[in-house]
Design a protein. Structure first.
Length: 64
């Protein structure tokens, strides 16, 4: 099935089913999300972050 055929079938669905299909694609298929963004989210979840105000105003540890 071509992309055009898939889109044509998608447009025939009732709004509730279209929403379900769209949500499934967004939640299940991460290919459209840049790897750098996914790595940033993993860093946040792991606590590997620093407050922006601290980063801009304080000298990092180990730097004289």
């Amino acid at each position: 099935m071509s992309a055009a055929e898939v889109l044509a079938e998608f447009k025939k669905l009732p709004p509730g089913e279209r929403k379900q299909v769209a949500e499934t694609i967004v939640l299940e298929d991460e290919s459209w999300i840049p790897e750098s963004f996914r790595q940033g989210m993993a860093d946040i979840e792991a606590g590997r972050v620093v407050d922006l105000n601290v980063a801009l105003s304080e000298t990092p540890p180990g730097v004289s």
